[in-house]
Design a protein around this ligand. Sequence first.
Ligand code: FEO
Length: 162
Amino acid sequence: MNRELLDLLNEQINAEIYSSFLYLSMSLYCDDMNYRGFASWLAKQYAEEREHAERILKYLQARGEKPVLPMIEAPHQNWTSLLEIFETVLAHEKKVSSMIRNLMKLAVSHEDYETQNMLRWFIDEQIEEEEQSSYLLEKFKKVMNNEAGVMVLDKECGKRTD
Ligand code: FEO
């Protein structure tokens, strides 16, 4: 595999694990605030991001490459509001989408068809990730000044199953 592409895939593993810790940190904040539905939604994100990292790890192994396990930067932990959290989720997912697009661009330029195939899954996934986080942010903005409305949304988020 092309060296630059391999390095970038390893960086993506780092980014996915960082994302998982970021969502765990948000989930803990929501749990502290007794918003158990939001905490559960974010805990599901935490688990999903670990799966994303493992997907790339397994792909590199299947290609005979050795994944490099990274040093993970500590995520932000001093959250001050739910609005800050939901805005950060959307902004973060947009950033990840752009990283995936960069990876695809490089895989295309090196005619690495196998990596392009693997990345197509991530491209579809990012559409869903951005759509979900945008929905949550917009819904939250509508109810944020009404605690009863926030509790309804919290309950809805608690029903997330995957
Ligand atoms: Fe792995 Fe939420 O992107």
